[in-house]
Design a protein around this ligand. Sequence first.
Ligand code: F6R
Length: 369
Amino acid sequence: EKGGYDYFMLKEIAEQPKAVADTLLGRIDVSGDLTLDEVRISASELREVDKVVIVACGTAFHAGLIAKYAIEHWTRIPCEVELASEFRYRDPILDARSLVIAISQSGETMDTLMALRHAREQGSKVLAICNTNGSTIPRESDAVLYTHAGPEVAVASTKAFLTQLVACYLVALYLGQVRGTKWGDEIRAVIRDLAEISGEVERVLETMEPVRALARSLADKNTVLFLGRHVGYPVALEGALKLKELAYMHAEGFAAGELKHGPIALIEDDLPVVVVVPSPRGRSVLHDKIVSNIQEIRARGARTIVIAEEGDEAVVPYADHLIRIPVTPTLLQPLVATVPLQVFACELATARGNEVDQPRNLAKSVTVE
Ligand code: F6R
Protein backbone atom coordinates (compact mmCIF):
# COMPACT_ATOMS: atom_id res chain seq x y z
CA GLU A 1 0.00 0.00 0.00
CA LYS A 2 3.05 2.25 0.35
CA GLY A 3 3.56 1.71 -3.36
CA GLY A 4 7.21 0.68 -2.99
CA TYR A 5 8.14 3.57 -0.71
CA ASP A 6 9.50 3.03 2.80
CA TYR A 7 7.02 5.45 4.28
CA PHE A 8 3.63 6.87 3.41
CA MET A 9 5.16 10.31 3.73
CA LEU A 10 7.61 9.62 0.89
CA LYS A 11 4.78 8.28 -1.24
CA GLU A 12 2.63 11.30 -0.48
CA ILE A 13 5.45 13.73 -1.26
CA ALA A 14 5.92 11.95 -4.59
CA GLU A 15 2.18 12.12 -5.33
CA GLN A 16 2.13 15.91 -5.15
CA PRO A 17 2.27 16.65 -8.89
CA LYS A 18 -0.79 14.46 -9.40
CA ALA A 19 -2.56 15.83 -6.33
CA VAL A 20 -2.06 19.37 -7.61
CA ALA A 21 -3.25 18.47 -11.12
CA ASP A 22 -6.29 16.60 -9.74
CA THR A 23 -7.29 19.59 -7.64
CA LEU A 24 -7.30 21.77 -10.75
CA LEU A 25 -9.13 19.21 -12.87
CA GLY A 26 -12.47 20.40 -14.23
CA ARG A 27 -12.13 23.77 -12.56
CA ILE A 28 -10.63 25.68 -15.48
CA ASP A 29 -12.81 25.79 -18.58
CA VAL A 30 -11.68 25.86 -22.21
CA SER A 31 -11.65 29.63 -22.34
CA GLY A 32 -9.33 29.77 -19.32
CA ASP A 33 -12.00 30.91 -16.86
CA LEU A 34 -12.65 29.27 -13.53
CA THR A 35 -15.81 27.27 -13.02
CA LEU A 36 -16.29 26.58 -9.36
CA ASP A 37 -19.90 25.39 -9.57
CA GLU A 38 -19.50 23.38 -6.41
CA VAL A 39 -19.04 26.61 -4.45
CA ARG A 40 -22.72 27.07 -3.74
CA ILE A 41 -22.43 30.69 -2.78
CA SER A 42 -23.88 32.79 -5.59
CA ALA A 43 -21.83 35.27 -7.59
CA SER A 44 -24.02 38.08 -6.28
CA GLU A 45 -23.34 37.04 -2.68
CA LEU A 46 -19.63 36.84 -3.42
CA ARG A 47 -19.74 40.35 -4.86
CA GLU A 48 -21.15 41.57 -1.54
CA VAL A 49 -18.34 40.10 0.55
CA ASP A 50 -16.43 42.84 2.34
CA LYS A 51 -14.11 40.71 4.45
CA VAL A 52 -12.58 37.25 4.23
CA VAL A 53 -11.60 35.43 7.40
CA ILE A 54 -9.62 32.21 7.20
CA VAL A 55 -9.57 29.79 10.13
CA ALA A 56 -7.43 26.66 10.34
CA CYS A 57 -4.83 24.85 12.44
CA GLY A 58 -1.23 23.78 11.89
CA THR A 59 -0.22 23.23 8.30
CA ALA A 60 -3.67 24.25 7.05
CA PHE A 61 -3.17 27.55 8.89
CA HIS A 62 0.03 28.08 6.92
CA ALA A 63 -1.93 27.57 3.70
CA GLY A 64 -4.30 30.24 4.99
CA LEU A 65 -1.46 32.67 5.66
CA ILE A 66 -0.34 32.29 2.05
CA ALA A 67 -3.92 32.64 0.79
CA LYS A 68 -4.15 36.05 2.42
CA TYR A 69 -1.51 37.46 0.06
CA ALA A 70 -3.35 36.09 -2.95
CA ILE A 71 -6.83 37.13 -1.84
CA GLU A 72 -5.86 40.67 -0.94
CA HIS A 73 -3.78 41.13 -4.09
CA TRP A 74 -6.27 39.76 -6.59
CA THR A 75 -9.53 40.87 -5.00
CA ARG A 76 -8.62 43.86 -2.78
CA ILE A 77 -10.91 42.38 -0.11
CA PRO A 78 -9.34 42.58 3.36
CA CYS A 79 -8.43 39.13 4.60
CA GLU A 80 -7.62 37.96 8.12
CA VAL A 81 -6.13 34.61 8.97
CA GLU A 82 -6.54 33.21 12.42
CA LEU A 83 -5.69 30.05 14.29
CA ALA A 84 -9.01 28.31 14.75
CA SER A 85 -8.20 27.67 18.40
CA GLU A 86 -7.93 31.41 19.07
CA PHE A 87 -10.71 32.64 16.85
CA ARG A 88 -13.96 32.42 18.75
CA TYR A 89 -12.48 33.32 22.10
CA ARG A 90 -11.73 36.87 21.03
CA ASP A 91 -15.26 37.74 19.95
CA PRO A 92 -14.40 38.31 16.27
CA ILE A 93 -16.34 40.88 14.26
CA LEU A 94 -18.39 38.98 11.69
CA ASP A 95 -21.60 39.52 9.80
CA ALA A 96 -23.46 38.37 6.71
CA ARG A 97 -20.93 40.06 4.43
CA SER A 98 -17.98 38.19 5.92
CA LEU A 99 -16.84 35.10 4.04
CA VAL A 100 -15.22 32.61 6.38
CA ILE A 101 -12.96 29.98 4.86
CA ALA A 102 -12.26 26.92 7.00
CA ILE A 103 -9.30 24.88 5.76
CA SER A 104 -8.92 21.29 6.97
CA GLN A 105 -7.44 18.15 5.49
CA SER A 106 -9.38 15.77 7.74
CA GLY A 107 -12.54 17.82 8.02
CA GLU A 108 -12.73 16.71 11.66
CA THR A 109 -10.46 19.14 13.49
CA MET A 110 -12.47 20.23 16.51
CA ASP A 111 -11.00 23.73 16.80
CA THR A 112 -11.75 24.49 13.15
CA LEU A 113 -15.25 23.05 13.49
CA MET A 114 -15.98 25.18 16.56
CA ALA A 115 -14.66 28.27 14.75
CA LEU A 116 -16.94 27.74 11.76
CA ARG A 117 -19.95 27.10 13.99
CA HIS A 118 -19.24 30.38 15.71
CA ALA A 119 -19.01 32.16 12.34
CA ARG A 120 -22.31 30.73 11.14
CA GLU A 121 -23.99 31.81 14.37
CA GLN A 122 -22.93 35.36 13.47
CA GLY A 123 -24.62 34.99 10.07
CA SER A 124 -21.44 34.62 8.00
CA LYS A 125 -21.16 32.26 5.05
CA VAL A 126 -18.62 29.49 5.52
CA LEU A 127 -16.70 27.90 2.68
CA ALA A 128 -14.78 24.75 3.61
CA ILE A 129 -11.60 23.71 1.83
CA CYS A 130 -11.34 20.05 2.71
CA ASN A 131 -9.74 16.80 1.57
CA THR A 132 -12.18 14.32 3.12
CA ASN A 133 -15.52 13.77 1.43
CA GLY A 134 -18.52 13.92 3.70
CA SER A 135 -16.54 14.83 6.82
CA THR A 136 -18.00 17.08 9.50
CA ILE A 137 -16.50 20.43 8.49
CA PRO A 138 -17.86 20.42 4.91
CA ARG A 139 -21.18 19.04 6.13
CA GLU A 140 -21.58 21.98 8.48
CA SER A 141 -20.42 24.60 5.96
CA ASP A 142 -22.46 26.54 3.39
CA ALA A 143 -20.21 25.38 0.59
CA VAL A 144 -17.17 23.23 0.03
CA LEU A 145 -14.28 23.14 -2.36
CA TYR A 146 -12.70 19.71 -2.10
CA THR A 147 -8.99 19.24 -2.50
CA HIS A 148 -8.26 16.10 -4.48
CA ALA A 149 -5.08 14.95 -2.78
CA GLY A 150 -6.45 11.47 -2.12
CA PRO A 151 -6.12 9.90 1.32
CA GLU A 152 -3.23 11.28 3.35
CA VAL A 153 -1.95 8.66 5.79
CA ALA A 154 1.28 10.10 7.16
CA VAL A 155 0.57 12.33 10.14
CA ALA A 156 2.74 15.12 8.71
CA SER A 157 0.75 16.86 6.02
CA THR A 158 2.38 17.23 2.60
CA LYS A 159 0.21 16.68 -0.45
CA ALA A 160 -2.82 17.99 1.40
CA PHE A 161 -0.96 21.25 1.99
CA LEU A 162 -0.09 21.74 -1.67
CA THR A 163 -3.68 21.08 -2.69
CA GLN A 164 -4.96 23.42 0.01
CA LEU A 165 -2.79 26.09 -1.57
CA VAL A 166 -4.19 25.32 -5.01
CA ALA A 167 -7.74 25.50 -3.66
CA CYS A 168 -6.97 28.81 -1.95
CA TYR A 169 -5.56 30.25 -5.18
CA LEU A 170 -8.67 29.06 -7.01
CA VAL A 171 -10.93 30.77 -4.49
CA ALA A 172 -8.87 33.97 -4.64
CA LEU A 173 -8.85 33.99 -8.44
CA TYR A 174 -12.54 33.12 -8.57
CA LEU A 175 -13.40 35.99 -6.24
CA GLY A 176 -11.32 38.24 -8.46
CA GLN A 177 -13.03 36.90 -11.58
CA VAL A 178 -16.54 37.27 -10.14
CA ARG A 179 -15.87 40.77 -8.86
CA GLY A 180 -14.03 41.88 -11.98
CA THR A 181 -11.07 43.53 -10.29
CA LYS A 182 -8.54 45.48 -12.25
CA TRP A 183 -6.21 42.49 -12.12
CA GLY A 184 -8.25 40.65 -14.77
CA ASP A 185 -5.29 40.10 -17.09
CA GLU A 186 -3.05 38.99 -14.28
CA ILE A 187 -5.75 36.59 -13.08
CA ARG A 188 -5.95 34.99 -16.52
CA ALA A 189 -2.17 34.70 -16.69
CA VAL A 190 -2.01 33.09 -13.25
CA ILE A 191 -4.72 30.59 -14.15
CA ARG A 192 -2.51 29.58 -17.08
CA ASP A 193 0.51 29.32 -14.79
CA LEU A 194 -1.43 27.26 -12.26
CA ALA A 195 -2.30 24.80 -15.00
CA GLU A 196 1.46 24.30 -15.54
CA ILE A 197 2.49 24.10 -11.91
CA SER A 198 2.14 20.36 -11.47
CA GLY A 199 5.01 19.87 -13.94
CA GLU A 200 7.14 22.32 -11.96
CA VAL A 201 6.50 20.40 -8.74
CA GLU A 202 7.57 17.26 -10.60
CA ARG A 203 10.82 18.94 -11.64
CA VAL A 204 11.56 19.92 -8.05
CA LEU A 205 11.07 16.31 -6.95
CA GLU A 206 13.61 15.16 -9.53
CA THR A 207 16.37 17.27 -7.96
CA MET A 208 16.02 16.35 -4.30
CA GLU A 209 19.06 14.08 -3.82
CA PRO A 210 21.38 16.91 -2.66
CA VAL A 211 18.68 18.02 -0.21
CA ARG A 212 18.57 14.54 1.28
CA ALA A 213 22.37 14.42 1.55
CA LEU A 214 22.36 17.82 3.24
CA ALA A 215 19.69 16.68 5.71
CA ARG A 216 21.73 13.60 6.65
CA SER A 217 24.78 15.77 7.28
CA LEU A 218 22.79 17.86 9.77
CA ALA A 219 21.40 14.94 11.78
CA ASP A 220 23.29 15.84 14.94
CA LYS A 221 22.30 19.53 14.99
CA ASN A 222 19.94 20.79 17.68
CA THR A 223 18.44 23.81 15.98
CA VAL A 224 17.50 24.89 12.45
CA LEU A 225 16.07 28.31 11.69
CA PHE A 226 13.93 29.25 8.68
CA LEU A 227 13.57 32.72 7.20
CA GLY A 228 11.27 34.09 4.55
CA ARG A 229 9.53 37.22 3.39
CA HIS A 230 6.10 37.78 1.85
CA VAL A 231 4.69 34.36 0.88
CA GLY A 232 8.06 32.89 1.77
CA TYR A 233 7.37 33.67 5.42
CA PRO A 234 4.56 31.11 5.85
CA VAL A 235 6.72 28.68 3.85
CA ALA A 236 9.43 29.19 6.49
CA LEU A 237 6.86 28.51 9.23
CA GLU A 238 5.80 25.33 7.45
CA GLY A 239 9.42 24.18 7.04
CA ALA A 240 9.96 24.68 10.77
CA LEU A 241 6.74 22.86 11.71
CA LYS A 242 7.69 19.86 9.55
CA LEU A 243 11.09 19.70 11.22
CA LYS A 244 9.65 19.90 14.73
CA GLU A 245 7.10 17.20 14.24
CA LEU A 246 9.29 14.80 12.26
CA ALA A 247 12.86 15.36 13.42
CA TYR A 248 11.98 16.55 16.96
CA MET A 249 14.46 19.37 16.49
CA HIS A 250 14.15 22.89 17.68
CA ALA A 251 13.06 24.75 14.58
CA GLU A 252 11.62 28.22 14.17
CA GLY A 253 10.42 30.24 11.24
CA PHE A 254 10.87 33.99 11.16
CA ALA A 255 9.95 36.83 8.88
CA ALA A 256 13.39 37.84 7.61
CA GLY A 257 12.64 41.49 8.33
CA GLU A 258 12.26 40.64 12.01
CA LEU A 259 15.84 39.36 12.30
CA LYS A 260 17.26 42.55 13.70
CA HIS A 261 14.39 42.85 16.16
CA GLY A 262 15.60 39.83 18.10
CA PRO A 263 16.20 36.52 16.33
CA ILE A 264 19.60 37.53 14.94
CA ALA A 265 20.92 37.07 18.49
CA LEU A 266 20.39 33.33 17.99
CA ILE A 267 22.87 33.14 15.13
CA GLU A 268 26.07 31.35 16.07
CA ASP A 269 28.82 29.53 14.30
CA ASP A 270 27.60 26.81 11.93
CA LEU A 271 23.91 27.22 12.85
CA PRO A 272 21.89 26.00 9.85
CA VAL A 273 19.53 28.68 8.56
CA VAL A 274 17.21 27.95 5.66
CA VAL A 275 16.26 31.04 3.67
CA VAL A 276 13.38 31.09 1.19
CA VAL A 277 14.26 33.71 -1.41
CA PRO A 278 11.54 35.50 -3.38
CA SER A 279 11.83 35.84 -7.11
CA PRO A 280 14.33 38.50 -8.28
CA ARG A 281 11.81 39.50 -10.93
CA GLY A 282 8.83 41.69 -10.17
CA ARG A 283 9.08 42.84 -6.58
CA SER A 284 12.84 43.02 -6.62
CA VAL A 285 12.92 45.15 -3.45
CA LEU A 286 11.98 42.08 -1.46
CA HIS A 287 14.67 40.10 -3.17
CA ASP A 288 17.39 42.67 -2.46
CA LYS A 289 16.38 42.81 1.17
CA ILE A 290 16.58 39.10 1.66
CA VAL A 291 19.98 38.95 -0.01
CA SER A 292 21.21 41.44 2.62
CA ASN A 293 19.62 39.31 5.34
CA ILE A 294 21.56 36.30 4.06
CA GLN A 295 24.78 38.33 4.11
CA GLU A 296 24.06 39.51 7.67
CA ILE A 297 23.51 36.05 9.11
CA ARG A 298 26.43 34.56 7.22
CA ALA A 299 28.75 37.26 8.54
CA ARG A 300 27.73 36.03 12.00
CA GLY A 301 28.61 32.44 11.23
CA ALA A 302 25.32 30.92 10.03
CA ARG A 303 25.48 28.04 7.61
CA THR A 304 23.12 29.32 4.92
CA ILE A 305 20.82 26.94 3.07
CA VAL A 306 19.31 29.04 0.33
CA ILE A 307 16.20 28.15 -1.65
CA ALA A 308 16.19 30.35 -4.73
CA GLU A 309 14.81 30.50 -8.23
CA GLU A 310 16.78 29.11 -11.15
CA GLY A 311 18.82 31.93 -12.65
CA ASP A 312 18.98 33.94 -9.43
CA GLU A 313 22.73 34.60 -9.39
CA ALA A 314 22.74 37.27 -6.68
CA VAL A 315 22.41 34.68 -3.89
CA VAL A 316 25.25 32.44 -5.09
CA PRO A 317 28.15 34.11 -3.19
CA TYR A 318 26.29 33.85 0.13
CA ALA A 319 24.83 30.35 -0.11
CA ASP A 320 26.67 27.55 1.66
CA HIS A 321 24.06 25.24 0.15
CA LEU A 322 21.90 26.25 -2.77
CA ILE A 323 18.59 24.59 -3.56
CA ARG A 324 17.13 25.63 -6.90
CA ILE A 325 13.41 25.89 -7.58
CA PRO A 326 11.70 26.69 -10.89
CA VAL A 327 10.64 30.18 -11.90
CA THR A 328 6.99 30.76 -10.92
CA PRO A 329 4.79 33.81 -10.39
CA THR A 330 5.62 35.29 -6.96
CA LEU A 331 2.34 34.29 -5.33
CA LEU A 332 2.59 30.68 -6.54
CA GLN A 333 6.16 30.15 -5.33
CA PRO A 334 5.08 28.33 -2.12
CA LEU A 335 3.90 25.41 -4.29
CA VAL A 336 7.49 24.71 -5.32
CA ALA A 337 9.41 26.16 -2.36
CA THR A 338 7.72 23.93 0.24
CA VAL A 339 8.67 20.66 -1.43
CA PRO A 340 12.41 20.72 -0.55
CA LEU A 341 11.48 21.54 3.05
CA GLN A 342 9.25 18.46 3.25
CA VAL A 343 12.00 16.26 1.83
CA PHE A 344 14.52 17.86 4.19
CA ALA A 345 12.40 17.15 7.29
CA CYS A 346 11.55 13.61 6.20
CA GLU A 347 15.18 12.73 5.59
CA LEU A 348 16.31 14.27 8.87
CA ALA A 349 13.67 12.24 10.72
CA THR A 350 14.95 9.07 9.07
CA ALA A 351 18.58 9.95 9.81
CA ARG A 352 17.68 10.51 13.46
CA GLY A 353 15.92 7.14 13.64
CA ASN A 354 12.45 8.61 14.12
CA GLU A 355 9.18 7.08 13.11
CA VAL A 356 8.36 9.10 9.97
CA ASP A 357 4.69 8.34 9.43
CA GLN A 358 3.67 8.37 13.06
CA PRO A 359 5.65 10.98 15.03
CA ARG A 360 5.48 10.71 18.80
CA ASN A 361 2.61 12.42 20.62
CA LEU A 362 0.74 13.35 17.41
CA ALA A 363 -2.54 12.18 15.90
CA LYS A 364 -3.62 12.53 12.28
CA SER A 365 -6.85 14.20 13.17
CA VAL A 366 -7.30 16.23 16.30
CA THR A 367 -10.91 15.79 17.35
CA VAL A 368 -10.54 17.34 20.77
CA GLU A 369 -10.07 21.02 21.58
C1 F6R B 1 1.18 19.15 10.32
C2 F6R B 1 -0.18 18.66 10.47
C3 F6R B 1 -1.12 19.39 11.38
C4 F6R B 1 -2.48 19.61 10.68
C5 F6R B 1 -3.48 20.25 11.64
C6 F6R B 1 -4.80 20.54 10.96
O1 F6R B 1 1.90 18.38 9.43
O2 F6R B 1 -0.55 17.70 9.85
O3 F6R B 1 -0.57 20.61 11.77
O4 F6R B 1 -2.25 20.41 9.56
O5 F6R B 1 -3.69 19.40 12.73
O6 F6R B 1 -5.40 19.35 10.52
P1 F6R B 1 -6.59 19.38 9.48
O7 F6R B 1 -6.07 19.96 8.21
O8 F6R B 1 -7.00 17.96 9.33
O9 F6R B 1 -7.66 20.25 10.06
